[in-house]
Design a protein around this ligand. Structure first.
Ligand SMILES: CSCCC(=O)C(=O)COP(=O)(O)O
Ligand SMILES: [Mg+2]
Length: 260
């Protein structure tokens, strides 16, 4: 069956790993304390802190019984005995702990997206996409192929990256965005939920990702899958590597798959 829908990962697929690890993540680390202090009273940050606090409670519940629980404690922002500075200190330590492990928790990703907004709004940040991305978006649009994003980055963060991209706003090309609120990218049920949300059958959809684990999950859900082997991506050493087609540029997708 021909493909009429593409679902794209961001990091390592539309966007270099270096942009995420050398620009976006350092932006958070550098300005974290300042941001937490400046925006502490906002509804958005209070909500992010509550979400991080709830994740911390889940983490310690899941870790119960293990000898070492080294996850930095997030103080309850709703407990009036915790001062603003104590809560901020605890939140900063927890965020850095998660970032050190490149954890893809929804709570962390939601927070990062809100903080990056400040960087994009002030034009310090510009979303980097590979040169072949806007060209391929235009080809797919002209062929009536729908494009969606599925990334661990929050939907807000995805929209910022594509709206303020180095190639101008790419948002008009995109029919929708999915993040981990629909489920982990490692679970095949998440891909089924996306297909249900966009009312598509798996055999008409192509998922492109740099992660062999995500590739396997999407494949299990019945989607066509292609591995993105961008220069600088982490090497894939997995016995199932040969199950999948691979590309180093989106332009190669047009030779390897049949779009409608
Ligand atoms: C706008 S996404 C920023 C990058 C990020 O935080 C991330 O986790 C990307 O993960 P992906 O699923 O796109 O590989
Ligand atoms: Mg990726």
């Amino acid at each position: 069956m021909t493909i009429d829908t593409v679902i794209l990962d961001i990091e390592g697929t539309t966007t270099p790993l270096t942009f995420v690890h050398d620009v976006l993540f350092p932006f958070i680390r550098k300005d974290l304390n300042n941001y937490l202090n400046s925006y502490y009273e906002t509804y958005e940050l209070q909500n992010d802190i509550k979400t991080l606090y709830n994740l911390y409670l889940e983490d310690i519940r899941d870790a119960a019984g293990e000898t070492v629980i080294d996850i930095p404690k997030v103080l309850n922002p709703e407990d009036s005995s915790n001062t603003k500075q104590d809560v901020i200190k605890s939140v900063a330590a927890n965020i850095l702990y998660q970032m050190d492990r490149d954890r893809k928790s929804t709570a962390l990703k939601q927070f990062q997206g809100h903080m990056w907004k400040v960087g994009y709004d002030s034009t310090i940040l510009k979303g980097v996409v590979y040169d072949d991305v806007p060209k391929s978006f235009a080809r797919w649009r002209d062929a009536n192929v729908k494009m969606y994003i599925y990334s661990s980055g929050s939907i807000a963060a995805q929209k910022l990256l594509f709206n303020f991209s180095t190639h101008g706003s790419l948002i008009p090309f995109l029919s929708g965005h999915f993040d981990t609120t629909i489920g982990s990218k490692l679970e095949s049920s998440s891909y089924t939920s996306i297909l249900n949300a966009i009312n598509k059958s798996p055999d008409s959809c192509l998922f492109v990702t740099d992660s062999i684990f995500e590739a396997k999950a999407a494949y299990k859900a019945g989607l066509h899958v292609c591995l993105s082997l961008r220069p600088g991506n982490n090497p894939i050493n997995d016995p199932d590597f040969s199950l999948f087609k691979n590309v180093s540029s989106f332009e190669q997708l047009f030779d390897k798959f049949e779009f409608k």
